[in-house]
Design a protein. Structure first.
Length: 256
């Protein structure tokens, strides 16, 4: 976590210019997939497994089939899809595996079946920042504790295991579901980039959110409270809502 050095504080009046706090640990962070022990992230209700060219054809077919019933609406705000064939989906996975893509995909496994995928991307090891994206939940994951836990597992791995300072969430400005999900999960809105992309021939504005390391402990505590088995009834329905956005201590911290 960033700390201000009591010895070498360049924000002193000697230069009469404001500067940021000194970062005590400027070492490069490890990539999430660097350690084979981290290729599987086990949760209470689901697990994440690397999704790449070594993934079994069974898992890939399960993912492909999971999105078929909703593909006409599911891929509206994404730069890819729908996939007409399994081979097209496999080619998408291979492209994301290339170093130039800077993406690490994970399949989401519930009861030993792949029902969605998500990823880290825009990984900047030297700056200790990373993004969670390509969040693709099939209908089996939407509004479930497994889906929430899948995001929690990536956040926990990025902050607690790898020591990243910032985790980002970027989405299409018109994707209301993604924007609401980001806020529910504790990400804070940071701004909108106008005409950032051309996506499927249409102009796209990108909305940015983030959680930073000194906010994570309280956000993590709220995730763990909500994910506790005592928060769900016999039918798996939540008894209380996740209030990660409300517990994030950034409120009133940012100014224009």
């Amino acid at each position: 976590m960033a700390q201000t050095s009591p010895v070498d504080d360049h924000s002193s009046s000697m230069i009469e210019q404001p500067v940021g706090d000194i970062v005590s640990d400027c070492t490069s962070r490890a990539r999430p997939d660097a350690n084979p022990e981290h290729h599987r992230l086990q949760g209470r209700y689901c697990r994440l497994e690397l999704l790449n060219s070594n993934t079994s054809s069974t898992t890939i077919k399960q993912l492909y089939d999971a999105f078929k019933p909703m593909e006409q609406t599911h891929f509206t705000y994404l730069a890819y899809g729908p996939f007409e064939t399994v081979d097209q989906f496999v080619e998408f996975i291979r492209k994301k595996e290339l170093p130039s893509s800077n993406t690490i995909l994970y399949s989401i496994i519930v009861n030993d079946r792949a029902v969605g995928f998500l990823s880290y991307l825009r990984i900047k090891e030297h700056q200790a920042t990373i993004e969670i994206g390509h969040v693709n939940f099939s209908q089996q994951l939407v509004h479930t504790r497994q889906g929430t836990e899948a995001i929690y597992l990536l956040l926990q791995h990025a902050f607690d295991t790898l020591g990243y300072r910032r985790v980002e969430w970027q989405c299409y400005s018109l994707n209301a579901n993604s924007r609401k999900a980001a806020l529910r999960l504790g990400f804070q809105y940071e701004g909108t980039w106008l005409k950032a992309w051309i996506c499927k021939g249409r102009s796209r504005d990108n909305v940015w959110h983030s959680i930073v390391d000194d906010e994570w402990p309280l956000v993590k505590q709220e995730f763990e409270r909500w994910l506790n088995e005592d928060n769900f009834d016999a039918n798996g329905q939540q008894l209380t809502r996740l209030n990660a956005a409300q517990v994030n201590p950034r409120r009133n911290k940012l100014s224009a």
